[in-house]
Design a protein. Structure first.
Length: 196
């Protein structure tokens, strides 16, 4: 699945390229995000390999990666992607998402996820969209729950973290039948955030 340009009033999701590497390195430096051992943010000097890996996943049909541009500042502030893409039944996961510290806990994640979910359900025709996060990443779990996703369960000792330790993966999903209500909820949240 080739990523397409997606945008709303708050963010633009640009298909990821190697040209985004310098801006992504600067975004990751805001908060030294690689120090969070439960995330996949690459350490300094590792962004090129990170982007190349995402682009390989795209070539193989497993991923669809984007760079996230915040529209008022015009800055690239992070990255996100579809992954675990399955054609039948049509499912995918949203993840590998991270933002520069100054853009966390604001409108950005809601705006970004609304675009990705709208595209998944209305453009791609997904029957379900999944979210996976480290059991220790409580901020990510709260953010996923604020989107309206339902917690499906925990896969224990499911994957290795970048440091080699084993993690529990907390799984969430939104079904196509739930999307109309989630869509209304996210639009309401975005409108409230825009008023502030």
């Amino acid at each position: 699945m080739e990523p397409t340009w997606l945008e709303n009033a708050h963010v633009a999701l640009e298909p990821l390229t190697l040209d985004h590497v310098p801006a992504l390195e600067a975004a990751a430096a805001d908060g030294e995000l690689w120090r969070l051992w439960f995330t996949s943010v690459p350490a300094p000097g590792g962004m090129t390999a990170y982007v190349e890996s995402a682009l390989r996943g795209q070539e193989e049909g497993r991923m669809s990666p984007w760079a996230v541009r915040e529209k008022t500042s015009g800055q690239i502030v992070g990255t996100t992607r579809y992954y675990d893409i399955v054609p039948d039944p049509n499912r995918l996961a949203i993840g590998y998402t991270w933002y520069a510290r100054r853009w966390q806990r604001g409108h950005l994640n809601t705006a970004c996820k609304h675009l990705l979910l709208s595209n998944a359900f209305q453009g791609v025709g997904a029957v379900a969209v999944e979210f996976h996060t480290d059991g220790f990443n409580l901020d990510s779990q709260r953010a996923i729950e604020r989107l309206g996703a339902k917690r499906d369960g925990v896969l224990r000792t499911h994957k290795r973290r970048p440091d080699g330790s084993l993690r529990d993966t907390v799984c969430y999903s939104i079904l196509a039948t739930e999307w109309p209500d989630v869509d209304r909820w996210l639009q309401l949240r975005l409108n409230r955030l825009a008023i502030r």
